[in-house]
Write a protein that binds this ligand. Structure first.
Ligand SMILES: [Zn+2]
Length: 277
C-alpha cells in the first residue's frame, strides 16, 4: 500500500516542545516524516501555516503577508515531485488580489494542493472578491482542502458551512474540492449536506479529518454506500493526533470497506489521482 496522510499542519518550530517524542517535535516536517512511517503511510500532504498566524514568533519566521509556502518548501523532506515524502500545500487567501500571482508561482514550483479555511482566513469563499481565485484554481486543476463546519475562531462560522462548499462546487464544476471534516467541525450538523453536495457535484469529495470515530461510524457507512470509495478521502489534522488515534481511524475505514481496493482509494489513491491529474 502507498498511503497518503492528507491534511497535516506544519509550523515553524512545530507545536508543543513538551510533547517531543522519538521523531522530534510534533508539527515539524522531520517529525511528520517519522510519524507517517510509524503508522504505515508512505507520504503526507503538509500544509503551509495559514495566513495571519496569531503567534508573533511564527509570523516572524514566515514573514509578514506570506502564507508560509516559502518556509514550507525549505523544510526537510518537502518536495513537489510525486515521490516526495511530504507534498506541499499552499494556504493563500482567496480574497487577496496578490494571491493570483502567488498561486501561479506555487503551481510553477509543482504545488498541486491548497488549503482554504474561511474562518481563520476571514473570508466568505462565495464573495465576488474570491471568484477569480477559485476560477484560477479550477483552471490549473489543483485540489483544495476546505475546512467545513464551525470553529472556535473569532469569525462567523457560517462562511465555512457545508452549504458554502456545495454552492462553490456548483459555481466551479471543475474545482476539485475536499470537504474537510465532512461539514461537521466543532459540532456543526453538516454531514448530510456534505454527502448531498458530493452526490450532486462530481467535483466534490468528503474528507474525514477529525470525524472518523466510532460515534460517527454509521454516518460514514451511509456516506460510503451513497458515494462509493472513490469520493472519500482520509485526512487527520496532524499534529493533533496520536499513533493510536490514526491506527483506530484506519481500522474503521478498512472495516467499512469490504473491498480492500476501496480502502486503498480512501487512504491515498483518490488524493493522488486529484493532485497528479
Ligand atoms: Zn486542519
Amino acid at each position: 500500500m502507498n498511503a497518503i496522510m492528507s491534511h497535516c499542519h506544519l509550523y515553524p518550530g512545530g507545536k508543543g516542545e513538551e510533547s517531543r517524542d522519538e521523531f522530534g517535535i510534533p508539527g515539524t516536517a522531520a517529525h511528520l516524516a517519522g510519524f507517517i512511517r510509524s503508522v504505515g503511510f508512505s507520504q503526507a500532504i503538509g500544509l503551509a501555516p495559514h495566513e495571519n498566524p496569531p503567534d508573533p514568533q511564527e509570523l516572524a519566521r514566515i514573514g509578514a503577508g506570506q502564507d508560509g509556502l516559502e518556509w514550507l518548501m525549505g523544510q526537510p523532506g518537502i518536495g513537489a515531485g510525486p515521490d516526495s515524502p511530504i507534498l506541499p500545500a499552499a494556504t493563500l487567501k482567496p480574497q487577496d488580489p496578490a494571491s493570483l500571482a502567488r498561486l501561479k508561482a506555487a503551481y510553477d514550483r509543482g504545488v498541486r494542493c491548497l488549503k482554504v479555511h474561511a474562518i481563520v482566513q476571514r473570508c466568505n469563499p462565495l464573495d465576488a472578491d474570491s471568484t477569480r481565485y477559485f476560477s484560477l484554481v479550477a483552471e490549473l486543476g489543483m485540489a483544495v482542502i476546505m475546512h467545513t463546519g464551525g470553529g472556535f475562531w473569532d469569525w462567523p462560522s457560517t462562511d465555512a458551512r457545508a452549504e458554502v462548499a456545495f454552492e462553490l462546487g456548483k459555481r466551479h464544476p471543475k474545482l476539485k474540492l475536499l470537504l474537510a471534516h465532512a461539514g461537521s467541525f466543532w459540532g456543526v450538523d453538516g454531514f448530510e449536506t456534505s454527502i448531498r453536495a458530493c452526490e450532486e457535484c462530481p467535483n466534490l469529495y468528503l474528507e474525514t479529518t477529525a470525524m472518523l470515530t466510532e460515534v460517527e461510524r454509521e454516518k460514514w457507512a451511509t456516506a460510503l454506500s451513497r458515494l462509493g470509495p472513490s469520493r472519500i478521502i482520509y485526512g487527520n489534522d496532524y499534529p493533533w493526533v496520536k499513533r493510536d488515534s490514526v491506527n483506530a481511524e484506519v481500522t474503521i475505514l478498512r472495516s467499512l470497506s469490504p473491498d480492500p481496493a476501496g480502502a486503498e482509494l480512501m487512504l491515498g489513491g483518490n488524493i493522488r489521482r486529484l493532485i497528479q491529474a
